[in-house]
Design a protein around this ligand. Structure first.
Ligand SMILES: [Zn+2]
Length: 214
């Protein structure tokens, strides 16, 4: 194992709630992609569902409140358990399994982001140890670090320039991905509405110009 925690300079890198909140929003986009309403309207109408998915995407870090770091809450077993348990209580989609699937995606997005969070960007061994397959006692970390974790040792570290930089970087990356997903979401909705609208004009053009190459 990597003896990183023995190093006094070492800090456990954690992705900020900003990253996990964005990921929760992505699962909301998946939930509402079949709706025929505008995104703003969907957010307003399904606000409780949106908040729940964001909460689930952040939930694994609840161990932090108990002084733990990357405990069993950061495992696939916990993701499955939470997904099934919450789906029993509230089905946000048409079926139990679709709801559970969305909850699972929201929860496991947290694990994926944490796996790729370290102290230095790029191919290195600084990614956080995550007990992905708990109760198997082996920790995992991605060899490719995509996000720099937030320093949280004390107040000075928390409000340091490095933390500001990594937060801005996180905002940028996740903001761009979110913008791209929103564009796809809107295009998908328009695509579903198009066939009915286009049928007649396309046939009309074809009939008026039978020599046109299709
Ligand atoms: Zn976490």
């Amino acid at each position: 194992m990597r003896p990183r925690s023995c190093n006094p300079e070492f800090f456990y890198p954690v992705a900020s709630p900003v990253a996990h909140t964005f990921a929760g929003f992505w699962t909301f986009l998946l939930l509402t992609v079949r709706s025929k309403m505008r995104l703003v309207t969907a957010c307003r109408q399904y606000l409780p569902q949106l908040l729940l998915l964001v909460l689930i995407a952040n939930f694994a870090d609840i161990d932090f409140l108990f002084g733990l770091h990357r405990s069993f809450t950061h495992s696939l077993a916990a993701a499955v358990f939470v997904a099934l348990a919450v789906s029993c209580v509230w089905r946000i989609a048409a079926s139990f399994w679709r709801s559970a699937g969305l909850y699972f995606l929201a929860y496991s997005s947290h694990l994926l982001i944490d796996l790729c969070t370290g102290t230095k960007l790029g191919w290195n061994a600084t990614a956080s140890d995550t007990p992905l397959f708990w109760p198997w006692r082996k920790d995992f970390g991605s060899p490719l670090v995509l996000f720099v974790g937030v320093k949280h040792k004390d107040f000075a570290a928390l409000f340091s320039m490095e933390n500001l930089q990594s937060s801005v970087y996180e905002l940028l990356i996740f903001g761009v991905i979110t913008a791209a997903l929103i564009v796809l979401w809107i295009r998908h909705q328009k695509g579903r509405a198009m066939p009915h609208q286009c049928k007649t004009p396309v046939r009309a053009v074809y009939n008026s110009n039978p020599d046109a190459i299709e």
